[in-house]
Design a protein around this ligand. Structure first.
Ligand code: C5P
Length: 235
């Protein structure tokens, strides 16, 4: 099983992103990076290509959710970008996830890792039940969505680190968990609610942690990245 720290590059432009990445130019370990909607919609495929050219692995976090045929076609475009990981919403159903997997698989059978978002951490149990009329508990929906993701043949899910153990128990240790909501023990929590430290996330069962502001907003981002790697990978 792979394990790594993924830095969330939540920047608004290519310029800001490259200013940040330049800090790492002498770093022997090239950080794995997450590119989300803001940066991708602002800069398009060229930002992905340039970051790949610099030797970084990329998690393209676009959270696709549409009818199966549309998702399949979108994924067959994204597969040419040569990213290492991308994602969909598990709420799109098993059929949609299977279609995504088909679209993402290249003619030679290779493909990036494909993971699914279960319940967004911004969705509370109350909203899910009152607004979306989903009667189950939030933990039951997370486990069910993870099981659906596994049934569709995907590699894992994005979830809170506090939910990683529950997902592993339901889907097996080989099913990947990618977890945002990580903070240093002595750091700012910011707007995240259910957080834990890199070391604890690893203990609970996270395979990849996604860390944004504790690294990007640190006085010394390279030192913060090294600390995160040390705590999570024990290196
Ligand atoms: O800055 P911070 O470490 O909170 O960044 C976490 C990253 O993970 C952000 O890019 C955020 O959008 C993303 N994320 C999250 N919670 C989810 C899904 C994604 O925080 N449930």
């Amino acid at each position: 099983m792979q394990h790594d720290v993924i830095i969330a590059c939540d920047f608004k432009s290519a310029e800001d992103t490259f200013r940040f990445l330049d800090l790492f130019k002498d770093e022997p370990r090239k950080p794995f990076l997450k590119i989300g909607m803001e940066l991708y919609y602002a800069e398009g495929p060229s930002i992905v290509k340039e970051i790949k050219r610099r030797g970084h692995k990329i998690f393209l976090d676009l959270k696709l959710h549409d009818i199966p045929n549309t998702v399949k076609k979108a994924m067959s475009v994204l597969r040419n970008l040569d990213v290492d990981m991308t994602n969909v919403h598990a709420a799109g159903t098993i059929d949609m996830m299977k279609a995504a997997l088909e679209g993402l698989t290249r003619e030679d059978g290779t493909r990036p890792l494909l993971i699914a978002v279960t319940q967004l951490t911004s969705t509370s149990e109350e909203r899910m039940q009152q607004e979306l009329l989903i009667g189950a508990s939030i933990n039951d929906t997370i486990v069910k969505y993870a099981q659906n993701t596994k049934a569709a043949g995907l590699d894992g899910v994005v979830c809170s680190p506090l939910e990683a153990g529950m997902v592993k128990e339901a889907c097996g240790s080989g099913f990947m968990t990618i977890t945002p909501g990580v903070r240093f023990a002595d750091g700012d929590v910011g707007d995240q609610v259910r957080v834990t430290t890199p070391a604890r996330a690893r203990e609970i069962g996270s395979d990849f942690i996604v860390v944004g502001r504790p690294i990007t907003a640190a006085d010394d981002p390279v030192a913060a990245y090294r600390r995160c790697v040390k705590e999570f990978l024990n290196e």
